[in-house]
Design a protein around this ligand. Sequence first.
Ligand code: URA
Length: 260
Amino acid sequence: MNPVLRREYLTALGLESWVVRGKSAQAAAPRELIAPVETPAARTRAAPPDPLSPQEAARPRDTGVSRGDSTAREAGFDWAELKARVAACTRCALCNTRTQTVFGVGSPTAQWLIVGEAPGADEDRQGEPFVGRAGQLLNSMLRAIGLAREQVYIANVLKCRPPGNRDPAAGEASECLPYLEQQIALLKPKIMLAVGRIASQNLLRTDLTLGRLRRQVHAFGASQVPLVVTYHPAYLLRTPADKRKAWEDLKFAREVCARV
Ligand code: URA
């Protein structure tokens, strides 16, 4: 990417002070975050892996928190059918308080799938994920790694807004996840980026903290889609000091995507 443009995106992320040390952002990244991801073929030729090495940290693997597709309840539906089923969904009580469902948006041939938690007030009103302030920051985060919003697919764990933006209830997430699983089956993304603790924990069926889930490649579902975890843009708006760590995660995810 054009370095001037890139600097502008990093500035929008509030990261301009981090890149002025004369190093390129890639060169400045901690080594373990840019370690090459080994292919399965390369692994069979290599010596037994050192589980604590940076290469192992970056390798897609079963981290013990990957999930299988739950029930494949929505299997077989195409995009239009799935969208209609979501729009008509009454599987949980959120259907009583939503303005509309928020199915997801983006290119059906996207390599990247970004998964957030649930629609907020703006998304509930407009019917599109990540359109509020957090969405603006998400767009900047994507731009910083050379991705336009239109190039990726964006969806949430929940398709309906929880009142008052409370956390999704376990039952709401389990009722809703089959929709996302079918979106993933249709999209066949090269990489998934889970933004925030709630999305990450639901996708990986774990209660490990975000700090424990970052900086490694998880595998989602039967198709073992590489999944990387980072901070939610709404959290980053409240805690700008962690934008630098999010930037590390984004570069890590880009590196993983380039190698799968
Ligand atoms: N936060 C999310 O997790 N998803 C959205 O769509 C908007 C805000």
